[in-house]
Ligand binder design. Structure first.
Ligand code: AMP
Ligand code: GLY
Length: 423
């Protein structure tokens, strides 16, 4: 069968890699892909937000299944568009994607259905927001309502930071419409965890647990990014915690969606804070995380395309997980996340790939005259398997040493928090 993956990052490279192993695939396409994806799938030069063109391509080519990686096309309604042409697609429709597309919608949904989350208020007037912040006290978290590619959340420790965030979003309009309305919420303390499932109506199938490292710098310092590394499994999610997450979050979401008549078919990602009072939802994503998808997909056994198809058809599936751990280190360009540089030649990819139990997933890469160059903020995901998190970490970092490009930077502490918890 013909399969189309939509997106161009590390997550989509990992998805394409996993799907390419299925004997059911006759042809694999990726729109728009990157230089790594190009080695295993045919690249289609259509922007993921060009819904009309993507739908005509899928129809003309006779695509049997489309899998969508990023949030923007989901929120824009790519699923609705493809389904209107009778095409099969794994991903939530536009209405369901509001769980990620609007923080206000997500918070109100959680409130309506008793899903544990931080206390919050929403504002569309900066003066009222500021007055509220004065009364509430510090620390406080300010979130743009709309999609912001990881740049719309401000964890403020001081009053000045909070005022600046309000001015940036609501007065200067730094994120345009996405920041005109904000959610202001209570600061939660604990360990962060990502819990991702596949959802289809009443059914869900949990994927391996993972943890992301969102801040730019070691020791969880610096600004938030899309994610600088991840690993799987997440040792903070033990059996008891997992049961609570399933009962208090996932199953309540399913019930809530049903009550509101919202159909949902696709991945659902709960970004959680494991607090002393139990897991609380920081956010929902309507897709796999990037880079969480990389280690997570590395730990799924068997034919993932077959699993997806069975699940799509409404069958019960159970996802078998490898015992081995997996870890991913993101190599980023100078200037990421604000203003990443492009066009730098990349060295040492083959050497890195020769390392044992290592796999590289490309993100912002292109080729120029047959050589790999950087194009974008997050450039490469250097990933490794290991019998323990420690071993996966050592192997991944050994491979990182082989790669270089001008301005390359990465976090040195991916996985360390997880290791500490295991001691
Ligand atoms: P979000 O996009 O809502 O997941 O927020 C991005 C990041 O900001 C999260 O991964 C957390 O590190 C942090 N964050 C968000 N909400 C809170 C909160 N209520 N308390 C503490 N940290 C938060
Ligand atoms: N790594 C977090 C995300 O994909 O949103």
């Amino acid at each position: 069968m013909k399969v189309l993956v939509v997106g161009k990052g590390g997550r989509e490279h990992a998805l394409t890699w996993k799907l390419s192993q299925s004997p059911l695939v006759s042809k694999l396409y990726c729109a728009e892909g990157n230089a790594g994806i190009e080695r295993i799938a045919k690249r289609v030069p259509i922007d993921p937000l060009n819904l009309e063109e993507l739908a005509s391509f899928a129809q003309k080519e006779g695509i049997d299944l489309t899998v969508i990686g990023p949030e923007a096309p989901l929120v824009a309604g790519l699923v609705d568009k493809l389904e209107s042409k009778g095409l099969k697609v794994f991903g939530p429709n536009r209405r369901a994607s509001q769980l990620e597309g609007s923080k206000v919608f997500a918070k109100e949904f959680m409130q309506r259905h008793g899903i544990p989350t931080a206390e919050f208020h929403t504002f569309d007037d900066p003066q009222k927001a500021k007055a509220f912040i004065r009364d509430f006290g510090m620390p406080i978290v300010i979130k743009a309502d709309g999609l912001a590619g990881g740049k719309g959340v401000f964890v403020c420790k001081t009053y000045e930071e909070a005022m600046q965030a309000i001015d940036r979003l609501m007065v200067q309009g730094a994120l345009e419409e996405a920041g005109k309305r904000v959610v202001i919420e209570e600061f939660l303390e604990g360990e962060e965890a990502s819990y991702i499932v596949m959802l289809n109506g009443d059914r869900y199938a949990p994927l391996p647990t993972s943890q992301d490292h969102k801040r730019l710098l070691d020791g969880d310092r610096g600004p938030n990014t899309g994610g600088m590394g991840a690993y799987s499994p997440n040792p903070f999610i033990d059996e008891a915690v997992e049961l609570t997450i399933r009962r208090e979050v996932i199953e309540k979401v399913i019930k809530g969606l049903k009550e509101e008549g919202i159909e949902y078919r696709g991945f659902l990602y709960a970004g959680l804070m494991l607090t002393s009072k139990g897991p609380k939802v920081l956010e929902f994503n309507v897709r796999l995380g990037d880079p969480e998808a990389q280690p997570l997909l590395m730990r799924i056994k068997g034919d993932f395309l077959k699993t997806l198809l069975d699940f799509y058809e409404g069958k019960e599936v159970s996802i078998q997980q490898e015992e081995r751990c997996a870890l991913c280190v993101v190599l980023a360009s100078r200037g990421y996340p604000e203003k990443p540089e492009d066009g730098k030649p990349i060295y040492g990819l083959e050497d890195a790939e020769r390392e044992e139990d290592v796999i590289l997933f490309h993100a912002g890469t292109e080729t120029r005259e047959g050589r790999f160059i950087t194009k974008g903020g997050r450039v490469l995901n250097v990933c490794a398997w290991g019998s323990s998190l420690m071993e996966a970490r050592e192997k991944a970092y050994r491979a990182v040493q082989k790669v270089s490009f001008e301005g390359m930077h990465y976090r040195k502490d991916i996985g360390l928090r997880g290791l500490k918890s295991a001691l």
